[in-house]
Design a binder for this molecule. Sequence first.
Ligand SMILES: [Zn+2]
Ligand SMILES: [Zn+2]
Length: 293
Amino acid sequence: MEKYIEAFVNSFFGSLNWTWKSMLFEVPWYVNFFWGLTLISLVVWGVELLFPWRKRQKFFRNDFWLDGFYMYFNFFAFSIVISGFYKIIGLLFNDVGGTKNSICLFDVTQFPGWVQLLIFFVLLDFVQWFTHILLHKYEFLWRFHQVHHSVKEMGFAAHLRYHWMENIFYKPLKTIAVMLLGGFEPEKAFIVHFVAITIGHLNHANVKVSWGWLKYIINNPVMHLYHHAKSLPEGRKNGVNFGISLSVWDYIFRTNYIPESSGIIALGWKGDEDFPKGFFEQLLVGFKRNKKG
Ligand SMILES: [Zn+2]
Ligand SMILES: [Zn+2]
C-alpha cells in the first residue's frame, strides 16, 4: 500500500514541478507544452483575426475567456491531478502480471524514425476518432461530451473546452493502441503532440481553410464546424464528421457531411437552452440526471 501512496505523491509533485519548470523556461523548448500551447494559440488567433470566415465575429468572441481557462485547466491542472492515479493504475497492471509488451502486435522499431512517428500518429488518431463516435452514441458519455458541444461561436480555444472526464474516456483505447506497438512511444512523440494541438486549434478557428485535395486526409475548420451544427442531416442522429486530426476515417466509414454555406450556422444540439454556462456548473453536468434526456 505504501508503495502506491509513494508513487502517487511522487507522480503528482513530479508533474507539478515539470509544469512549473516549463513556465520558467527550465525544460527543453521542444517539450515545453506550456509555452508551446501558448505560442500556437497566439498564432492561430492571429490568423483568425486577419482572415476571419465569419466577418462579424468579435475580437473576443462569446466565451473566449471560458475556453481560454479550459485550455490551461485541461492541459495542466487536470493532468497534474490525474498523473498520480495513472501511475497507480500502471503499477497495479504490472503487479497482476501484465507487461508493456504483452500485447505487442508488431515491432515498429525496425522502421525509420519518421515512419514510426507516422504510425504512432495515425494509430492514435484512429482510436480517438472511434472514441469520439462512442461519446456521441451512448447517452451517459454524450452528457459529458455536451460540454464541448456547448460552444456557440467557434474560435481556436473552443478546441480544449471539454469535460475533464473525456481525458479518462480517451485514455484506455489510447493506452491499448500504444501497447499494440509494444509500449512504444517514439522519442520524437512531442512532434505528434504539437501537430495535433495545431490541427485541433485550426479545426475550431474562424477561418475558411480546407486544404484542397488534402481535405480527404486532414481535418479542417469547414468540416469540423458541421460536427458542431445544431441541426443534423436526415438519418444521422448521432452526428457527422467525427475526425480529430485526420478526416480520412470519416470518408472511409461514410460519416462525412459538408454542405456548402456561409459558415453562419447555429451550433449546439436540440434542447441545449438550459445547459449550464459556467465552468464550475459544467464540471458536474455528466454526473447529474439530464431532465430532457
Ligand atoms: Zn463531438
Ligand atoms: Zn470540436
